[in-house]
Design a protein. Structure first.
Length: 385
């Protein structure tokens, strides 16, 4: 059976992609709790059948063999969902949120999955990006697209300052430094009236090339939700971020990060500069997180300190663990589960977060390597892996 599946790797990959986005459509379309329950049972049954048939291994091999096909399939799937839900504001908002948070988690994956730097201040850098974009939109004439780039650079600069005490500590002490920074960031924003204090600030509608992205589009007799603009923008940013992360992973710098994460002593013995490698990973990761935060703030039109708590940082870390540490392909399905499922379970109020917590615990107990474990590195210069 495994040999047969290996010989049909490309059709298998296409079929799995189609089923995945069909499940995404069903989740976005579901309105009642019964529909979500039935969908969960169907997905669980399909996962059990695939495990019995041994599909996971051939699927992982085909994903590594055809990365461009997998990437194009994801882009086409998002565009299909955009076309299907073109009038549904809430569904498109969730879709854009998944793409934006995927960018942030890709940055966190570079830090945690590649270089082994545990960052529990992800929400703080997300907030730095949001507040920077808000201040530029309110008090300057900088184009919003340039403001997103500046916000990413601001998060990277502040991250370069935070990495200095992190480099002087190890293990849980380094994690405590990032936790303290996250708490300090939220406290500073709450007591500072320049940034709106605890009430936050409203951000003007985003404009791109002279067009207001807060205005709905018209296509013939139908009206397209204005969130479609942000879905397209988030898709472009997510594609660029994913391309950069994959290129980083295949570069010699990515190899150095893997060596530092695995064994710092051995890496240093082979001439790897530990501090420089960690600084580059931390700065680049925070740049992506800042870009995601700026885009999210411009999309929602509002930013407040309560949106960047320590709990939000834990959610970002949980997404990376849930998807598979070090594997960027696992980020998007993990973000979709964490972001969409709780929103669809609002009728049970606070218990929806209990269900999310149980889901994460179950994954860590029964599949600690995550939904899509990272394959063993295969590095051949000038050749796609």
């Amino acid at each position: 059976m495994i040999k047969f599946l290996s010989n049909t790797s490309r059709p298998l990959l296409i079929a799995v992609l189609a089923l995945s986005f069909l499940a995404g459509w069903a989740l976005l379309h579901a309105e009642s709790q019964l529909e979500i329950l039935v969908l969960g049972i169907v997905v669980a049954v399909l996962l059990g059948v695939s495990r019995r048939l041994g599909i996971a291994r051939p699927l992982g091999l085909s994903a590594g063999r055809y990365p461009r096909l997998l990437g194009m399939g994801c882009i086409v799937g998002v565009l299909v969902l955009l076309a299907v839900f073109h009038e549904d504001h809430f569904a498109l908002l969730l879709l854009a949120t998944v793409l934006i948070y995927s960018v942030a988690c890709l940055g966190l994956n570079v830090q945690f999955g590649y270089a082994g730097i545990v960052n529990f201040a992800g929400a703080a850098f997300f907030g730095i990006g949001s507040y920077t974009a808000a201040m530029l939109a309110l008090h300057s004439g900088v184009p919003d697209l340039l403001a997103i780039l500046i916000a990413g650079l601001m998060a990277a600069v502040l991250g370069s300052l935070l990495i200095l005490p992190v480099l002087r500590t190890r293990g849980h002490y380094a994690a405590l430094v990032t936790i303290a920074f996250g708490i300090l960031f939220r406290t500073f924003m709450e007591v500072n009236d320049t940034f709106g204090g605890p009430q936050g600030v409203r951000i003007p509608s985003m404009t791109l090339f002279g067009r207001d992205l807060g205005e709905s589009l018209e296509w013939g007799d139908s009206e397209i939700s204005f969130y479609a603009n942000f879905v397209i923008l988030a898709l472009i940013l997510c594609s660029l971020a994913f391309w950069l992360v994959r290129r980083l992973e295949r570069s010699w710098l990515g190899v150095s990060m893997d060596m530092v994460r695995t064994d710092e002593v051995s890496a240093s013995a082979f001439g790897i500069r530990i501090a420089r490698t960690k600084v580059m990973a931390f700065v680049f990761g925070n740049f992506l997180i800042g870009v995601a935060g700026a885009t999210y703030g411009l999309m929602t039109g509002y930013v407040a300190p309560n949106n960047f708590t320590f709990g939000d940082s834990l959610i970002l870390v949980s997404i990376v663990i849930l998807g598979g540490i070090g594997n960027p392909w696992g980020i998007i399905p993990a973000v979709a589960i964490v972001m969409i499922l709780p929103e669809k379970l609002q009728s049970i109020q606070e218990y929806r977060f209990l269900l999310y917590g149980l889901l994460v615990i179950a994954i860590l107990l029964f599949r600690p390597q995550g939904l899509l474990p990272r394959q063993v590195r295969k590095f051949f210069p000038g050749r796609e892996s």
